[in-house]
Design a protein around this ligand. Sequence first.
Ligand code: NIG
Length: 394
Amino acid sequence: MTLVIDNISELITNDPALGEGPLGIINDASVVVSGDEVLAVGKAGASADKQLDAGGRCVLPGFVDSHTHLVFAGDRAEEFTRRMAGEPYDGGGIRVTTDASRQAGREALRAELGQRLGEVHRAGTTAVEIKSGYGLSVDSEAELTALAAEVTSESTFLGAHLVPSEFQDRVDDYVELVCGPMLDAVRDHVRWIDAFCETGAFDADQSRAVLEAGRAAGLGLRLHANQLGYGPGVQLGVELGCASVDHCTYLSDDDIEALAASDTVATYLPATDFSTRQPYPNARRAIDAGVKVAIASNCNPGSSYTTSLSFCIALAVRDMHMTIDEAVAAVTTGGAAALHRPDLGRIVEGSPAHLTILDAPSRHHLAYRPGVPLIWRTFGSDYRIPSTNDQNNN
Ligand code: NIG
């Protein structure tokens, strides 16, 4: 059974060989799919067994969200409200979510994860990375990583998210636990390992120890870096060959130079800067220097409780000095690069049929109409939504 999505005003393929500019845009286009695979892209009027009239809408590759913390219990609305009244963000609330997640139990965590994944899909996102990091004990991190692995191959061990209360003033003991018994308990559930390298969380030596232990266990590396101030994280991430360093709110000239000379992707999380009242990073500076960039949601209950990459695009264009085309690339091919998944983020013959249709004629509307639910349909996904969830738009 083949399906043609026809009468597309603007099709973003992300293959410059197929259309105009770096996004490979084809106007007045069609896409033919069979099951989970794209069979053909080209001008409107292709034939297939079934037809969907896109009605002059814009079709993009499904968004690739390369940084989320979707497995957790509870929310921190009160903390957010206090922050909007002037209280600074320091990451300490991670312990509040850790308490709630340890107590919730597997079924409740799975149900909350399923609901969030439904929201993710309705937001036009068809691939997600999911971190642990709200367990911070051997058993609880094993539970959270197992839940993430049930739904995505892009699961990440973040035992080094914050030192839990029971290890107060014993950070090195906690790092030993993370690098030893905790890593052993999670390694079969995860593809990646991550650490929060920041004042108040883990310093460069501790982050290095965690990432090197992960690498020895066969995991790929990622790092939270330079979120709350300048620091050693970005350069450590580059030195260790991380696939991505994430946040990058504060980048020195040396950080930019190191990133530009590397294959490490700088992943911006603008909804976090919005929710924590941090300044927005100037992505223009990094892009013009040759840094490869991605944009992700960082969906979590503390610093960025949104699944909307459309919102992130609008912030990146308005406040980070990215063009709309750069922002669209950052949430598609950029996210795919940050996950070392070149199969994702493009609409070309043979690629997975993961598509987002906007209720708008062009990509410009993503930034031009902020806050408006512009996702008309989302097709396919790289993740599995637990069946209890209502996946209502496919
Ligand atoms: O990426 N920075 C560390 N981790 C999350 C915040 C988690 C939280 O506050 O609960 C982040 O922003």
